[in-house]
Design a protein around this ligand. Structure first.
Ligand code: GDP
Ligand code: ADP
Length: 185
């Protein structure tokens, strides 16, 4: 059986981390920790949420892909994908939509792209507030080009991504379970 990587993409606050945690818990998927130069949020831990890097340490990594998002760099490595698969489980990774396209192109038989959205976009800033993000960080995010790009499914992921509207968590969980059952056949 081929090793899979579930790629979770979508706007900030759409529920990517929540879905990734669910896939870890429910399906024993291995979370691929990516690298970022963004400062940690108060709830975030090194090696759990991200590997937090300086611009200099980021440059020394051997990355499969790298993007700039809201003035910070983010990237993921092939080594961490291999480490996850070596446990015998599928991987789950949280990426922006550009990274999701790169995974689809570089790992066409392994990457499964899930795009999360919500039906009312004003909900996203509220969720970021509830999550405890700094007001200045929310403001910067809401004004970034990448946030606006990832609000709706970009054309380059049409026909590639499975779209889930994450308004209600119980419904989302059911849709994810259905998708996994269907893909596992
Ligand atoms: N392409 C790519 N995107 C990443 C990587 N790590 C995180 N991201 C994405 O970068 C964006 C910003 O992430 P973050 O600052 O944690 O904000 P959040 O979306 O509010 O959780 C999100 O769309 C993440 O999915 C990576 O290694 N590569
Ligand atoms: N369906 C949902 N209904 C209400 N709150 C949600 C739902 N899904 C996620 N959340 C909450 O919204 C906030 C943002 O979710 P998170 O998973 O951190 O988003 P992302 O990783 O996409 O930025 C978190 O506090 C999370 O608990």
């Amino acid at each position: 059986m081929v090793n899979k990587v579930y790629v979770i993409a979508g706007a900030a606050g759409s529920g990517k981390t929540t879905v990734a945690n669910y896939l870890q818990r429910q399906y024993q998927m291995q979370r691929v920790i990516t690298h970022t130069t963004r400062p940690p949020r108060s709830s975030e831990q090194e090696g759990v949420d991200y590997h937090f890097e300086s611009e200099q340490s980021m440059e020394r990594l051997h990355l499969l892909e790298e993007v700039e998002y809201d003035h910070h760099h983010y990237g993921s490595s092939m080594e961490s994908l291999e480490a996850g698969w070596s446990t015998g489980h599928d991987n789950v990774i949280v990426l922006d939509t550009k990274g999701a396209l790169t995974y689809h192109q570089k790992l066409p038989h392994q990457a499964i792209i899930i795009f999360l959205t919500v039906s009312r976009l004003t909900v996203l800033a509220k969720r970021m507030q509830l999550r405890g993000d700094q007001p200045s960080a929310i403001d910067s995010r809401l004004h970034s080009r990448e946030y606006h790009r990832d609000l709706n499914l970009p054309n380059y992921l049409k026909g590639i991504a499975h779209v889930i509207v994450n308004d209600d968590w119980t419904t989302t969980k059911r849709q994810i379970d259905q998708l996994i059952a269907q893909l596992g056949k």
